[in-house]
Each structure stands twice: as C-alpha cells, then as structure tokens.
Design a protein around this ligand. Structure first.
Ligand code: AMP
Length: 571
C-alpha cells in the first residue's frame, strides 16, 4: 500500500522564490543582520569590533576576507571540543569534511541545523522548478548516494562528509518523501561500510523496483557514470541474484545482507528480461531507459569538473533529459538550478538571497586590490570569485570558486560555474584553468573516438623537474590505442591550450613539450579509493584535474601506473 504523504506545494515554493529574488538586495541585508544577531557573541566576531552593528558597510569595514587556512585555528579548537562560542553563537556539534580534492586532504568545516535547513530549502526550490517541467509520479528514485564513515573528533564532535551529515539527518528522509524522491535502497545500503558493496546493492535495488523508478540521481554525476560502468562488469551477477533470490557472497556485511534479504525474492522472469535487454544493447547505448522504463530524467551536479562525464551519461541515458543539480559546497549552499530544461553545459544557478550573505571579487581587475561587490551589484558577463558568509560560522570566506554572471533572475544573479581558482596549470606567464584542460582533452579525445575508444578519466600536473618545465596530462583509456594516434593526441593537446601566454612560451621553448602519459586501467579507481580511505565519500568525489606536488600521494599513484608516455612535437 502506498503511504499517504504530504507532498510539497510546488506553486507555493516557486511563488516564494520569485518574491524573494525580486527583493534580493533587501533580503541580503536582512540575512546578514540575522547571521550577525545570532552569532554576534561569538569570539571571532567580538574580536573584530562590530559592537553589535549588523549593516553590510560596518561588516565589510570590520571583518576581513579569509581563506580556510585563516580559520583553521578556530575550527581546530571547535574540533578539539571547546564549547565556548568561537565562530557561532550556538555551539557547533557536527563537523563536515569537505572532499578536499584540490588540496589533497579533507578540510574541516562547521555544520549545524541552519546549514541543514538551507540544504533542504535549496533541494525543495530546485525540485519545485524541476517538477513543473518534468512531473514525476509517486514512485521511487535510484539515488546513488553513499555515506562516509561518521567518526568522533577528539573533542567528541560528530565528523563526516557534508552529504553524510545531510543523509543522516532525520529531516532528509521526510523531505525526500515530500519530494516523491524516496531512495529505493534501504538505509543499510546507503550507510553501508564499504562503497563497492553499497554500489552493487543500489543497482540491485534499482532493478528490483525497476518499474517504479522515476529518476536516477547522485550528488555529483561522477557517481552515476561510475555506477553504470560497474553495471557493465557485474550485470550477470546481478541477474543471477535476482533469478535465485540469493545475494552474491561478495556482499559480506550482515546488516546489508539482512536488509537486502527482505527485498530479494527469486524472480526468474525479471532476471531473463534484464539479461535479454543487456544482450540486445549495442555497447550499452541507452542502458538506463532499457533498465528503467519509467525514468523521467537523470539528476546530479553535472557542471564544472563533472562536465567530462556528460558524453558517457548521454550514451547511457539516450534521449532522457539530464538535469544538473544545484551549486554549493560543504561550507554552504549558493544557488539553485531553476531552469531544468537547459542542457547541463549551459546550466546556471540562481543565488538564494536568504541562505547566506554573498560577495563577489571581480576577477577582471588586478586581483589583490579588487574590492568585492554585493549580490545585486555584479555585472552580466563578468567573472568573480565567490565569498560566503554563512549561518554556520564562516564570515567573508573565500570559497575559491570562479563563476560568471550570465544574467539575473529577478534581482538575483544567475551564475555559471567556471572553475576552481587555484586549479591552474601555470609555469611562467601561462594560465590554463580546469576548463581549458577539459577543452583540450575533449579536442584530443576525438581522435580516440575514431578508434572507438574513450578517455575514461584524466588529470594533469606541472612538471618542474625538467628544464624548462612542462605540462603532463594523464589519461586512462578504455582499450589499446595505436601509437600514431596517441602521438597525434599528444600534439593535439599541446595545440589546444590556446592561452597566449602558453603558446608564446612554447614557441620560444620557455615551456617544454607537453607530455601525455597513459596510465593503466583502474588507476583512477585507485585514486578514488585513496580519497575514500582518507574519509571522503564517493558521493562527493571529484577527480582531481590538476595535481600539485603537495598532493604527493595522488601524484605517486598516477606516476606509478604510467604505461606509456609521449612528448609533443607540435611546436
Ligand atoms: P566539497 O568540497 O565536496 O564541498 O565540494 C564543493 C565544491 O564542488 C565547490 O566549491 C565547487 O568547486 C564544486 N561544485 C559544487 N557544486 C557545483 C556545481 N553545481 N557545479 C560545479 N561545481 C560544483
């Protein structure tokens, strides 16, 4: 029997969002006031001499721009169990570990009820807009979500990735129910101690409930591609489990086994059907709609470092819509995707003016001196670094993300994610971002596509051990590629970095020939395992696209798995 439940009022949610964004400037001032009133007694703010003032002008005059490093000593005291108000008025009881893909190690950031509430608010907002365009029925969702291990810090605080803190919160499930988005897998699978086993069980649950599945989602879309690539390997085992009604012995955790046993009954018809469908596919094209006939769309963050997976997702999804999820971070949420019709390459995020106080550093001007501007003062077409002031103890915090303002939704800007600011290939006057790298890889991998091979994943590194230094691009490829093709790919990569600083440096050999290093199959899986071992969760995993020398362990994994290397002869 389907449970009767209160569904969200989509029209009301949209109306609220419209009226709030029409008043974005005022809402921002009020939000800052609320943040400062609630947290004015915190030591950090007390020391800055605000003396109870809550207006943006005083705030900007007294409070400096900071990075995570600046706040590290304060956060550490919280982690160590100090119960005095350090960053927030109310004590922080939970800590989030950000994915830390850029720096190589997870960072601690505060998590609290207010952050939970803004998370649900942004989920509800984008759900309302999505549902208006793509209505779903009362069914289930194949949510490829995973929890990291939750641990206790030395000071007794709960620590887990931000997504884990969200999934574990009792309000998460209720909101998912109200959004008709209940996960088809039991909690034991989501919170299972081993993500390989959880992934297998998610796929199995999806197949058991295949007719009911309304959409497929994950936090970052890497998890979706990762899941269906795994499906290609394990589909026969999944069919065998369904046929016999017995779970494969590779699932070893008793809690997961007993939860799955409640769902799994022998079903030879279903096993035959899936078997037949899989055999009928050509290179797995259209796998998702074949397996899940009632799926309406695929949902997850698809922009930024997730863009390279779009091609593979379209391959699996055939003509199903791909909708990018919202924009945020462990530190706080920023914007919602309210235009779900737009393809992910063009997705933008409208800032919710009441979930934090936002400032933007213009990147056009000389960076060090550029003064941040307010939410309603940004200009269309310009790029900015995002600064967050949150309800969870971060004040004028430089997030390190670069966004471009593409327009306004009422008075609130629409942001396109551009790149991480510090993810940059640079040797002297050259500057290539994550996006430039992605475009170069896309151009060069077309040469592989002619051979019916794909670049499964990629990363890069600036090698300064040679004189002159040079760019190294790491590729994991789905099969054997002819030498001549790889040589041409390497040249194409070198030519595709069109940044004037790079091209001129290459011409005079101030930067050496680009090097393409092909790594063994499974290398990027090893990188993923490495991060999960550090406490990251698959849900928040982002392949590091640019590995600095300080991220030594990941660099070692890449370098130890090189099977072939090529130097460009393009210049
Ligand atoms: P985490 O460190 O796991 O909290 O990840 C947060 C980071 O992921 C952000 O600072 C962005 O760099 C990236 N990110 C989050 N949402 C999006 C999005 N919608 N598009 C592109 N990148 C995103």
């Amino acid at each position: 029997m389907i449970e009767k439940m209160e569904l969200l009022d989509v029209d009301k949610l949209i109306e609220e969002f419209e009226s709030m964004t029409k008043d974005a400037g005022y809402v921002q001032r009020e939000t800052l006031k609320k943040i400062l009133e609630e947290n004015g007694c915190a030591e950090y703010l007390q020391n800055l001499g605000l003396n109870g003032r809550t207006d943006p002008e005083s705030f900007k005059a007294c409070v400096p721009l900071v990075t995570h490093n600046d706040l590290q000593p304060y956060i550490q005291r919280i982690v160590d169990g100090s119960s005095s108000p350090i960053l927030t008025g109310k004590p922080i009881t939970t800590i989030s570990l950000s994915s830390g893909t850029t720096q190589g190690k997870p960072k601690f950031v505060p998590f609290n009820d207010e952050l939970m509430e803004t998370t649900l608010q942004i989920y509800r907002t984008s759900y309302a807009f999505r549902t208006r365009e793509f209505p779903i029925e009362n069914g289930k969702a194949l949510q490829l979500i995973y929890s990291s291990k939750q641990s206790k810090t030395k000071g007794g605080l709960i620590a887990g990735t931000a997504t884990t803190n969200v999934f574990r919160n009792s309000q998460f499930k209720n909101t998912m129910k109200a959004m008709q988005s209940q996960c088809c897998s039991p909690d034991e699978v989501i919170f299972g101690p081993d993500f390989h086993q959880s992934l297998y069980c998610h796929l199995l649950c999806g197949l058991i409930f295949r007719e009911e599945i309304q959409f497929i989602s994950s936090t970052f879309s890497h998890s979706i591609v990762h899941a269906f690539r795994t499906f290609e390997q394990v589909w026969e085992e999944l069919c065998a489990d369904i046929r016999e009604g017995v779970l494969t012995s590779r699932i070893t955790f008793p809690s997961v086994r007993s939860a799955m046993a409640k769902l799994l009954k022998p079903n030879p018809e279903l096993a035959d059907l899936i078997h037949k469908k899989c055999l009928g596919l050509n290179n797995w094209y259209g796998l998702i709609p074949e397996l899940f006939p009632n799926v309406k769309y695929i949902y997850g963050i698809m922009t930024g470092s997730m863009e390279p997976y779009l091609k593979k997702m379209r391959h699996y999804a055939r003509d199903l819509p791909l909708i990018s999820a919202d924009y945020g971070s462990s530190e706080g949420w920023i914007g919602a995707n309210v235009n779900p019709n737009v393809p992910p390459e063009l997705a933008t995020y409208v800032v919710l003016p009441d979930i934090g106080y936002f400032e933007f550093i213009p990147l056009k001007e000389n960076v060090e001196e550029a003064k941040p501007v307010g939410l309603t003062e940004v200009k269309v077409g310009e790029e900015y670094e995002v600064i967050i002031t949150s309800f969870a103890g971060l004040y004028r915090y430089r997030l390190g993300d670069v966004v471009k303002v593409t327009g306004f939704h009422n008075l609130s800007p629409e942001l396109k994610f551009i790149c991480r600011r510090n993810l940059m290939l640079t040797i002297n006057i050259d500057k290539n971002t994550e996006k430039d790298l992605q475009l170069a890889v896309e151009a060069a991998s077309k040469l592989n596509a002619e051979e019916k091979l794909e670049v499964l994943d990629f990363s890069s590194h600036v090698d300064l051990s040679t004189n002159p230094g040079h760019y190294v691009i790491f590729w994991e490829i789905s099969g054997e590629v002819r030498e001549e093709v790889l040589e041409e790919c390497c040249n194409c990569l070198d030519r595709s970095f069109v940044d004037a600083g790079y091209v001129s440096s290459r011409k005079i050999n101030a930067i050496g020939p680009l090097e393409l290093r092909v790594v063994q199959r499974g290398t990027f899986q090893k990188i993923l395992n490495h991060y999960v071992g550090l406490g990251a969760a698959l849900s928040q995993f982002k392949t590091p696209r640019c590995v600095g020398s300080t991220n030594n362990e990941v660099l070692q994994i890449l370098c130890n798995n090189v099977v072939k290397s090529y130097f460009s002869t393009a210049f």
